[in-house]
Ligand binder design. Structure first.
Ligand SMILES: NC(=O)c1ccc[n+]([C@@H]2O[C@H](COP(=O)([O-])OP(=O)(O)OC[C@H]3O[C@@H](n4cnc5c(N)ncnc54)[C@H](O)[C@@H]3O)[C@@H](O)[C@H]2O)c1
Ligand SMILES: [Zn+2]
Length: 378
């Protein structure tokens, strides 16, 4: 006798872009913590963010105090802890264990909050811990890098790297809220500020030709770190990622296709081949260039469009080649690892034109190798 059921669950994905979130006049954070006077809050700060903003914990305590005095019913701040930022956060189990230990020690229940302030890597690792404690406590992400704001923090995924593989261990979970404060971007290195735009180029290529034109046109201002130009591009990229997650019909990646992973099979492999010295954003840029070249060689994409995408990435000071691309046997193993991560048959997204893509299920190794060679600077 079959007892099969089908059921739906409604999720809220609360996302707010703001400026100076810890100014007591700014209600964004207080709004998502509201009506929680009996609850608790523990906070984790990326060490890179802590270094650049040493007063952050004090400002947060001051913010919560001021808002409480004005009548907001906010949770009790129990602890602020500095944790490793960057890919180190995902290359060991330390950060997620710190989250579990603190959740236990401070009596964090399912209606209490974990606030994570940091780059995409740290958010992934803290988020992983937060989704395991009591099978999931309320996670608030405050992304502090371009990439975390235009992509990573919008995702419904958490995880860490293991066995030399990106994101081998992880969970799907919708965060309680995401609050993106543009002021954090001012303290990034040029490398980390710019490398996050590869995800905006990625989603523009797939979904929004106008956004691609805008990035192309504004590259010089982006390189000059003009936030008035950068923020609309970052917010548009975030919105497109959110659209895909909330309206694309497959937020938890049950289907085989994962179109937003354009350029990512090679990116993930290059990151691990380089022992994570290539950043995710840079690796995505190289991965996009490689898959565009492959698409040209398999008659999916016009050579002029591939050249345009490459030029756009280069105009943002992003790499479109790396010497590791010469290790084609090792690189090609990334295809099987990518397939294994998604399950089922291989699905690689190739660009057909700016704004349109297709899926292929086989990648010819010889053409991958030739494409990689073709990207090398002459
Ligand atoms: N969960 C998802 O859906 C998703 C999506 C895309 C990417 N990611 C992951 O995101 C990670 C990359 O994230 P990233 O590009 O943000 O880099 P990152 O998290 O590695 O941070 C880069 C560096 O910047 C420092 N930093 C962060 N914010 C700072 C600030 N405001 N001022 C000064 N320094 C600061 C960090 O300490 C780190 O050293 C990868 O691990 C990638 O796999 C996850
Ligand atoms: Zn990515």
């Amino acid at each position: 006798m079959s007892q099969n059921r089908s059921f739906q669950v409604d999720f809220q994905h609360r996302v707010q872009f703001t400026r100076d979130a810890l100014d007591p006049a700014n209600s964004a954070l207080a709004d998502v913590l509201a009506h929680s006077v009996e609850r608790r809050l523990i906070v984790f700060i990326d060490d890179g963010v802590h270094h650049a903003h040493p007063d952050l914990a004090d400002r947060l305590a001051n913010y919560l105090g001021a808002r409480t005095r004005c009548g907001d019913e906010l949770p009790e701040l129990r602890m602020v802890e500095i944790v490793s930022g960057g890919e180190d956060a995902k290359n060991s189990i330390d950060v997620y264990e710190q989250v579990l230990t603190a959740s236990d020690r401070h009596g964090i229940d399912r209606k209490s909050f974990v606030l994570a302030i940091g780059g995409g890597a740290m958010l992934d690792a803290v988020g992983f811990g937060a989704t395991l404690a009591h099978r999931g406590v309320r996670l608030i992400r405050m992304p502090t890098t371009t990439l975390a704001m235009d992509d990573a923090a919008m995702g419904v995924k958490n995880g860490i790297n293991q066995f030399g593989k990106k994101n081998f261990v992880g969970t799907f979970a919708v965060p309680w809220a995401v609050i993106a404060d543009e002021l954090f971007l001012t303290t990034l290195t040029d490398q980390h500020f710019l490398s996050g735009f590869s995800e905006a180029v990625k989603i523009a290529c797939l979904r929004d030709a106008q956004l691609f034109d805008q990035i192309e046109r504004d590259a010089r201002c982006l390189r000059a770190r003009d936030l008035a130009v950068a923020m609309p591009i970052i917010a548009r990229s975030a919105a497109l990622h959110l659209d895909h997650i909330t309206a694309g019909g497959d937020p938890f990646e049950l289907h085989e296709a994962r179109p937003l992973d354009f350029g990512h099979w090679a990116a993930h492999k290059l990151e691990s081949m380089s022992s994570y010295t290539i950043t995710h954003g840079e690796a995505v840029s190289i991965g996009i260039a490689l898959d565009c070249e492959y698409a040209v060689r398999t008659a999916v994409l016009e050579a002029t469009v591939a050249a345009r995408v490459r030029a756009c990435l280069q105009s943002l000071a992003l790499p479109t080649w790396h010497p590791l691309l010469a290790q084609t046997d090792q690189l090609a193993r990334g295809l099987e690892e990518f397939r294994e991560h998604l399950g089922g048959q291989l699905n690689v997204t190739l660009l057909q034109s700016i704004g349109a893509s297709t899926e292929v299920h086989v990648m010819d190794r010889a053409i991958v190798a030739a494409s990689a060679r073709a990207l090398a600077p002459r």
